[in-house]
Design a protein around this ligand. Structure first.
Ligand SMILES: N[C@@H](CCC(=O)N[C@@H](CS)C(=O)NCC(=O)O)C(=O)O
Length: 221
C-alpha cells in the first residue's frame, strides 16, 4: 500500500496548493493508484522529528512509502507512481523518457527557483527590506523563464506534446507559486496550459484531500 506523507495544520499564511505534497497526491489521483495519507502536523513540527527523518532525512514534505520501500523528493514520487501504474510516463530507456526527465528537471530546477523565490519575497515577506530590494530581480528572472515556457507551449497542449504526463504535474504545481496574476497575463500559452491543468478532475480531487489530521485511507480507492 502506498502511503503519502503530507502536511496538515498549516499556518494560515501558507496556501494549501503551495505545498509540494500536492504533487504526489495529484499523481496518485491521475494514475488511479490507491493510497493512504499520513498527515504530519506542521504546527507540532512533526516533519522535524526523528521518526519522520528516518523516512526523509531532510525532514521535508513530501515522502512516500510503498510497504517497506521508502522514497522522498516529490519528483521521484511522481515518477514512481506513474511507473507503478504504467500511466502518464514514457517507458524507461527511451528518448521519450529522456524528454520526460528533461521537463521534470526543467520544472523543478529551471522554472521553480525564480517563481518560488518571488513568492517568498513578494507574498510571504513583502514588507521586509531585503524582499523589496530582491523582488524586482526575481520578477525579471521569473518572466524570462515563463516566457521561454510560453514559446514552447505555442505548439503543444502538454510538455511532451499531445499527451499529459507526470512532468505536467510538476510544472503545474510550480505554477501554483505564482502569486502575481500579471505574470501569467504576459504569457498566454502558459496561462491557458495552467488553467487547463487546474480543471483536471484528478487535480481537483487531490486538492480536496484536505488535511483531516486523521491517518485514514483516502483517494483513488
Ligand atoms: N525538493 C523537495 C523540496 C521539499 C520541500 O522543501 N518541502 C517543503 C514543503 S512544500 C518543506 O518541507 N519545507 C520545510 C523545510 O524546508 O524544512 C521536494 O520536491 O520534495
Amino acid at each position: 500500500m502506498i502511503t503519502l506523507y503530507c502536511a496538515s495544520n498549516l499556518p494560515p499564511f501558507l496556501k494549501r496548493h503551495w505545498v509540494r505534497d500536492l504533487r504526489g497526491l495529484w499523481a496518485a489521483e491521475e494514475c488511479g493508484v490507491p493510497y493512504q495519507v499520513h498527515w504530519l502536523d506542521a504546527g507540532k513540527g512533526e516533519a522535524r522529528e526523528a521518526t519522520y527523518k528516518a523516512i526523509n532525512p531532510f525532514g521535508t514534505i513530501p515522502a512516500m512509502t510503498d510497504d517497506s520501500f521508502v522514497l522522498f523528493e516529490s519528483a521521484a514520487i511522481v515518477s514512481y507512481l506513474c511507473d507503478k501504474a504504467g500511466r502518464n510516463i514514457p517507458v524507461p530507456r527511451s528518448k521519450e523518457r529522456a524528454l520526460y526527465d528533461q521537463w521534470c528537471f526543467a520544472a523543478l530546477n529551471t522554472v521553480e527557483p525564480p517563481v518560488f523565490q518571488l513568492m517568498i519575497a513578494s507574498a510571504l515577506n513583502k514588507d521586509a527590506t531585503w524582499a523589496k530590494e530582491r523582488a524586482p530581480q526575481l520578477r525579471e528572472a521569473a518572466i524570462g523563464r515563463l516566457s521561454a515556457l510560453d514559446r514552447v507551449l505555442t505548439d503543444r497542449a502538454f510538455l511532451l506534446g499531445d499527451t499529459f504526463s507526470g512532468a505536467d504535474i510538476l510544472m503545474g504545481q510550480v505554477l501554483n507559486f505564482i502569486v502575481d496574476g500579471s505574470l501569467l497575463d504576459a504569457v498566454p500559452c502558459v496561462k491557458a496550459y495552467y488553467a487547463g491543468l487546474k480543471l483536471r478532475p484528478a487535480y481537483v480531487r487531490a486538492l480536496a484531500v484536505q488535511p483531516s489530521g486523521k491517518n485514514a485511507a483516502v483517494g483513488a480507492q
